[in-house]
Design a protein around this ligand. Sequence first.
Ligand code: ACO
Length: 325
Amino acid sequence: MTRYSRITGTGSFLPPRRVTNADLAAELGAKGVETSDEWIVERTGIRARHFAAPDVTSSDLGAEAARRALEAAGRGAGEIDLIIVATSTPDMVFPSAACILQNKLGIAGCAAFDVQAVCSGFVYALTVADSLIRTGGASKALVIGAEVFSRILDFTDRTTCVLFGDGAGAVVLEASETPGILASDLHADGKHVSILCVPGNVSGGKVLGDPLLKMDGQAVFKLAVGVLEDAARATLAKAGKTDADIDWLIPHQANIRIMQSTARKLKLPMDKLVVTVDQHGNTSAASIPLALDASVRSGKIRKGDTLMLEGVGGGFTWGAVLLDF
Ligand code: ACO
């Protein structure tokens, strides 16, 4: 019998502090950095984001999202045999956020590791978990995207600091006799490192280089629009499906214009596009599972729907996962 993997529960968690564009513009304005709600909404579609308190880490947000996903799946933490956390803002250099989160869930023994693929992290992590489940290496996985991007933002750079937020999303992925995950397609091209990066590093007890996010927004925009269409088409082809089979497109929530352009290229009506960037901003690896959970809990996404998840981000990395929910 063929072994597949299937999502059996979703969960998410946003830190309570919600910062609207007007709030952020006022905070930045006090430091001489000019921006406005109008500019941010028009160029990005973002209206608000959440920022974590200084003592809250990615594993804190991820553990809460994981608890909610476990509850939705009707599973106890002790049944989990694999934890993968997608994050670019881990609690420590090491150990992984996944190990710290495992301990916060009160469990021990199962494999736990992080995946670092920036905003493509969740589709990478989901694909790795699917592969381990299909080959018998695990049967009940927690796959989590968790980020505190506010920690790596330069609040004197208005071209980047208005775009990102903090949060976490999680799914329980279980072995199944019927397919959930239908196909996936992952890519990277390291020659684009410099268009989106946090170039600093820790060495000899000091931070070397600049530890804040740098982005060439227009270069990222152009690359993202092209690769998202390619990844979606390659994934559909692997699954023997077409555009018309997609019930919901859940792209990485970076910029509404990139997301709408991808939907148009896939000939999908805009009402099949899941949008949470307006309320969450860009939460990097957390954005797709956050959007998924919000849509499941609002009743938009239902059991049996076919979902196209798509990530794109620093690396440059990109990829897609097609699944029956
Ligand atoms: N408020 C007000 N004005 C601003 C702001 C701001 N927050 N930011 C930039 N501006 C100004 C610029 O200074 C510029 O002014 P000028 O014309 O006087 O020089 C003007 O607005 C236009 O700036 P552009 O950079 O050309 O604006 P653009 O339309 O390209 O939008 C944006 C910028 C939103 C960043 C866009 O390029 C974009 O969304 N790119 C993709 C970003 C993205 O998706 N990143 C995430 C990738 S995922 C990951 O891995 C993290």
